[in-house]
Design a protein around this ligand. Structure first.
Ligand code: DGY
Length: 328
């Protein structure tokens, strides 16, 4: 029997590739501009499955080139780069990789909280420049993390895992704003639900973990920054587009907030002329939320399992568009 063609454009281990190729006919792509790659377009004609990360935006144009496509296994939890309703209409299953990256991504969130509060990157640069000539003084002091108020904007799995670190490890008071209440986390962590504006005004650290959707695009802009304390530290490990980036830059420059820890940006890779990585009160990371060897391997394995199940007609472990499955 002919094997179904599957296009792989994300990182899989050799073992994962070998396992997948036992069941499917694999073609691998590694270019950075896949959306405009004629070889990719050609391969889409016969593809039954796609396995790749969040860097490729799967557009209607690409879907039109792939009439046989049955399933996409994204190596990411975020699915903002897929037209979900359209995939559902076309009966194409969309799978993602939640759970396996929760703790690693929460570690990154807390890394940004700590690094911004204690000015770790700025002061490491201070030593590198040879500026450490006497004992450090007030000009280099940071601010405490323990005992402060952590405001979580979004309180899903990753938000809860960051809050758990804050509450249980650092004695922080947890506030959250979320579409639905989370009574079990209120009990576990003493978390208190607030309207977004109230949370922004009260929190010492504002940490964004909401998914990017039409409703959350530019959720945090000039008005929201103006509500924050001048001593507030803003952390974004969700998606860059949740924030109005020029407004963030202005708030950091004008002292409306003290600092920002950013793992995600409006445009990625971050354009060379962005001022953000050059600002002393910013810790900027290149979207490393889940980027450890263990976790990326686990995400890749989940994507392999999802595509294998989907293309064999079985329910994948993580299905984003349930309706597409119901209609199969
Ligand atoms: C995710 O899994 O969504 C990460 O942000 C990588 O894109």
């Amino acid at each position: 029997m002919n094997k179904k063609p599957v296009l792989v454009y994300g990182r899989l281990t050799d073992d994962q590739l070998a396992a997948l190729s036992r069941d499917f006919e694999l073609t691998r792509f590694s270019g950075t501009d896949l959306a405009n790659d004629p070889a990719f377009h050609e391969a889409l004609k016969d593809a039954h499955g796609l396995v790749g990360g969040a860097s490729l935006s799967v557009t209607s144009e690409l879907l039109n080139m792939a009439p046989k496509l049955e399933a996409i296994a994204s190596i990411s939890v975020g699915v903002d780069n897929y037209p979900i309703d359209e995939l559902t209409r076309r009966g194409i299953l969309l799978c993602n990789t939640p759970d396996v990256l929760t703790e690693t991504t929460a570690d990154t969130g807390f890394l940004l909280i700590m690094a911004t509060a204690r000015r770790a990157v700025e002061l490491a640069e201070f030593i590198k420049r040879g500026d450490w000539k006497t004992s450090i003084n007030e000009a280099q002091f940071g601010s405490d993390v323990h005992g402060k108020t952590l405001g979580m904007v979004g309180f899903g799995r990753i938000g809860a895992a960051i809050a758990r670190r804050g509450a249980l490890g650092f004695g922080m008071k947890i506030l959250y704003s979320n579409a639905s209440p989370k009574p079990e986390l209120e009990t576990e962590l003493g978390a208190e639900r607030r309207e977004l504006d109230a949370l922004l005004a009260e929190a010492d650290f504002v940490c964004v973990t909401v998914p990017l959707t039409e409703d959350t695009e530019k959720l945090i802009g000039a008005r929201e920054f103006s509500l924050m304390k001048p001593s507030a530290i803003f952390v974004n490990i969700a998606r860059g587009k949740v924030v109005d980036e020029p407004a963030l830059i202005a708030a950091l420059k004008n002292g409306e907030i003290r600092a920002a820890g950013l793992d995600v940006f409006e445009q990625e890779p971050l354009p060379k002329d962005s001022p953000l990585p050059h600002m002393n009160n910013v810790v900027a990371l290149p979207h490393i939320g889940s980027a450890t060897t263990e976790t990326r391997n686990a995400m890749a394995q989940r994507a392999v399992d999802n595509i294998t199940l989907a293309l064999k007609g079985q329910r994948p472990i993580n299905l984003v568009n349930e309706d597409a499955w119901r209609n199969t």
